[in-house]
Design a protein around this ligand. Structure first.
Ligand code: CA
Length: 228
């Protein structure tokens, strides 16, 4: 298996690369978070350290999840519950606190790989609802064939909702995935962005408010998916 390892500590990285190699995995080791977004396509699984020199690993994970559903195992010195919960909510498949026991790491890599193979179907990368088309890879939105310009935050919100089209997404989850921390994000700014998003899409029925819970993109009746 091709593994991408994001780890800035040379000693830790060398030990991991060696043990992974001994167990049949080819590892590309990168030092910076930005490199994850450059190299993830050629890998099957990401081992992600959260304390990277250029960006927080959780931000890397959030950016990665906007474009990929590859398997991710987070490695970190942070054992606190908040980081664990945030990592898992942002889409990490598993989470190991350093120092990592190598046998456990290998077992978890196997387990994550088995689960992702079982998931089977390719990820939905373009979501269509009525005449609205959201291309999650290219970060483009077309309404009635015409491209609509969205701000980064507006697209991020839309991507979270469209990525789970037909499913209710809670406000907390949305704040967590777009702003990174539901407890710190200004809840009102989500309302502002959603209002702008609805105005730009000109399809108010597409983004349903679920009172007291959150939002849903699309109706089950008019959703069409296209594979990767
Ligand atoms: Ca580190």
């Amino acid at each position: 298996m091709q593994i991408l390892l994001a780890e800035d500590d040379d000693g830790v990285a060398a030990a991991l690369v060696e043990v992974l190699y001994d167990h049949g995995h080819v590892t590309r080791r990168v030092r910076y978070g930005r490199d994850v977004l450059t190299y993830h396509r050629s890998s099957d699984l990401l081992l992600l350290d959260l304390g990277l020199p250029d960006t927080d690993g959780l931000d890397v994970l959030r950016a990665l999840r906007a474009v990929s559903d590859m398997s991710v195992v987070v490695l970190t010195a942070r054992g606190d519950e908040r980081s664990v919960v945030r990592g898992l909510r942002l889409g990490a498949d598993d989470y190991l606190v350093k120092p990592v026991r190598l046998a456990e790491l290998l077992a978890r890599i196997d387990a994550v790989t088995r689960r992702s193979a079982a998931k089977g179907a390719p990820a939905v990368r373009t979501v269509r609802a009525g005449d609205v088309e959201v291309d999650l890879d290219a970060r483009r939105v077309r309404v009635g064939g015409t491209e609509v310009e969205l701000t980064t935050k507006e697209f991020d919100i839309l991507a979270v909702l469209a990525g789970r089209a037909g499913t209710a997404v809670s406000r907390e989850q949305l704040l967590d995935e777009v702003w990174g921390d539901a407890y710190q994000a200004v809840s009102r700014s989500l309302d502002v962005h959603l209002t702008q998003l609805r105005a730009k899409l000109r399809r108010p029925e597409l983004l349903t408010t679920i009172r007291g819970f959150g939002y849903r993109f699309g109706d089950l009746g008019d959703l069409r998916d296209s594979g990767a």
